[in-house]
Design a protein around this ligand. Structure first.
Ligand SMILES: O=C(O)CCC(=O)C(=O)O
Ligand SMILES: [Fe+2]
Length: 475
């Protein structure tokens, strides 16, 4: 593990050269943001690492991240039956402080990045990011930027007028592909205990796991209720397969596990917790399983009305979990979940009204790390952009477990649309790289188009973000 990386092949040198403008733009904006946020600490961001930092990471022994008893206690059948598992206090005691500090650091970098949107036009290489028309003509307004500070999913996202969606889908905002923005979280992603945990949950060997995406989900005091939803990550054939009462069938499909990591924990009520519905995943009802709040979910017309668990026969119900510091909650894609508000009505009103001044020690700090089985039947993971694929494919640069998580093992899924498609010895050719980048850009453009076509939200804080906040500042 400590040997020097092999020199990149000619193909990979070309690949890196093609992506260099993008790396430069990321680092330039990253430095502007990081310098004001934490001037002494910008080596924490793997975006800017060179060969020496990668070598140091390869040489570092893995830290103790989880309590071994928690791993040993995993009940796979219960996980498949419920669609989620709560692991209270399973973060190793010595990992909790650094985990929270990593999230605070990443939030500070993100806040600074957002605050500096007036410089995005000149510092970011928009052509390298594939934005048609180049730099955006408007920056975030002061109120839009202020609204996003200290929280996640709060930068206005209804359109790409200020370039936010381009940044989001290229994982330039630290809240997306979070692991690429902080060394602790990158190490957590490929930590052997995390791999063992997800291998157990998904019923595969640790070497058969792939990274799906990672994000930051910090919720400050005043954060209102988040809507009920579940995720379609597996492609139409599996996402719309309809209800099943066979755990064997469910286990036989591709699967993604989102693991929410809470260094501080949260109380069951009014504390920004994650809420769950055991058994909801077995309905595979991505489009229908939605509600703006608990009352709608539980109401006479709500998704829960009359529904029973396909295996236990029990009526489905909302579980408000409360967890102690250092807890993990692992969730299957199809499992219904929502966010409980944080703080009372006055706190929510103040937060929505743009008043900040939350106390950091009260924030619900959270990182999400998602893993899937290597399975060519599902669409490629959306959370690993081409510039990280390029790093992962540079021989000997990244720790082997990390490289495999990001792009799969050599030769994986040669015939599928996964990012690592072929070439001899699993390498990408220049033409394949071009195709991969083109595909990534096309996907981004498609996502941006879909976001712009979606009707404006009628409830909740997304309505506030996209409807109330936007016209007053952009009009
Ligand atoms: O913040 C949470 O508790 C849930 C976030 C969520 O729904 C997601 O990341 O898919
Ligand atoms: Fe979600």
């Amino acid at each position: 593990m400590t040997s020097a990386p092999a020199p990149p092949t000619r193909r990979l040198r070309r690949l890196r050269a093609a992506l260099r403008p993008l790396e430069r733009s990321v680092c330039d904006v990253g430095s502007a943001a990081a310098m004001a946020a934490a001037p002494d600490d910008d080596a924490r961001s793997p975006w800017r690492w060179g060969a020496a930092e990668w070598e140091a990471m390869r040489a570092r022994p893995a830290r103790r991240l989880l309590e071994p008893e928690a791993l040993a206690s995993i009940d796979r059948q219960a996980f498949l039956r419920d669609g989620f598992v709560v692991l209270p206090g399973c973060m190793a005691a010595e990992a909790r402080g650094p985990w929270r500090a990593a999230l605070q650091h990443a939030q500070a970098v993100q806040d600074n990045f957002v605050r500096n949107s007036a410089h995005w036009g000149s510092l970011i290489d928009w052509a390298a990011l594939g934005r048609p028309g180049g730099a955006p003509s408007i920056a975030l307004s002061e109120s839009q930027a202020n609204f996003a500070l200290g929280a996640c999913q709060s930068v206005v996202q209804g359109d790409d007028d200020a370039g936010v969606l381009t940044l989001k889908y290229n994982n330039l905002l630290p809240e997306y592909f979070l692991c690429g923005h902080h060394d602790f979280l990158l190490e957590a992603l490929c930590n052997p205990q995390m791999l063992e945990l997800h291998a157990r949950l998904l019923g595969v060997a640790p070497t058969e796991l792939c990274h799906h995406h990672s994000s930051m989900l910090n919720r400050p005091v005043g954060f209102p209720d988040g809507p009920w939803h579940c995720h379609g990550d597996l492609g139409p054939a599996f996402d719309a397969a309809g209800p099943t009462d066979s755990l064997e069938e469910y286990d036989g499909q591709p699967n993604v596990v989102r693991t929410l990591c809470f260094p501080n924990g949260f109380a069951a009520s009014g504390d920004g917790g994650t809420k769950m519905i055991a058994g909801s995943h077995l309905f595979r009802d991505i489009a229908g399983c939605r509600a703006s709040d608990d009352a709608e979910m539980e109401g006479p017309q709500g998704w829960l009305a009359g529904r029973r668990h396909p295996i236990t026969g029990e009526p489905l119900k909302i579980t408000k979990v409360g967890v102690p510091p250092g807890s993990l909650v692992c969730v299957l894609s199809h499992s219904a979940h929502a966010v409980e508000h944080k703080g009372d009505a006055a706190a929510q009103e103040a937060w929505l009204g743009g008043r900040r001044g939350w106390r950091e020690d009260e924030t619900r700090w959270c990182s999400l790390l998602a893993y899937c089985k290597l399975d060519a039947r599902m669409p490629p993971p959306h959370g690993v952009p081409p510039h990280w694929v390029a790093r992962a494919l540079t021989p000997g640069l990244l720790p082997p477990d990390l490289a495999r998580l990001l792009v799969g093992p050599p030769g994986f899924a040669k015939d599928s649309s996964w990012q690592r498609e072929g070439g001899e010895g699993g390498e990408l050719t220049a033409a394949e790289l071009d195709e991969m980048v083109a595909r990534h850009r096309a996907k981004i453009q498609q996502s941006i188009k879909e976001a712009a076509e979606e009707p404006p939200p009628t409830t909740g804080f997304t309505r506030h973000l996209q409807v109330t906040l936007a016209p007053t500042v952009q009009g």
